[in-house]
Design a protein around this ligand. Sequence first.
Ligand code: MN
Length: 219
Amino acid sequence: MHAIGATYTRAVQRAGGTPVVIPPMMLETDWPVLIDRLDGLLLSGGEDIAPARYGQALEPWTGLVDEERDHTELGLVRAWLARSKPLLAICRGHQVLNVALDGTLYQDIMTQVTAALDHAYVTSRPMENSVHDVDIEKGSALARILGGHRFAVNSAHHQAVWQPGQGLGVVARASDGIVEGIELADYPFCVGVQWHPEAMLKVSDSMLPLFEAFVAASA
Ligand code: MN
């Protein structure tokens, strides 16, 4: 079975796009077909990326990994970026974008980052609930799109971007310094966010402009 949260597909649809789900078992030969036919690529949340993908040994605090999905997403993202088409990356997707451009991750925030806030997923907390603020860089595409510099966001991740990948600018952080937003410079539309804007749409429209800008860039 391949599955994706309906919040992602509904967010794209609500922003005026036609969502098409890509199964996580694509081969190199599929990538050019997808890139030719699709207008935008949204990378969704999910399990941890295998640390070997970013040059680290597997530590016990990395959770479930899916090698097939890593292969599909990392390969597709690299091929996609070479064609300069719009990309919106959410949570795991934001980490995939970073790793695809040779960035690295913290395998566990609470173990590796001193005085970090608790960013992790909590089963009993609704996904749309705000957990911490993010400060967004002035002059960034993210600030322009969202129309502000500070937002309360949800948080459901135990890993985070450590060293940003080639060409990626850090454009949003939590108050503990954890990277929450990245952008690819000199690129039509390539934004990664560590929070879950698609889930926030359940209670607020504050993140709708992000999907609208992605769909508009893809149109
Ligand atoms: Mn967070």
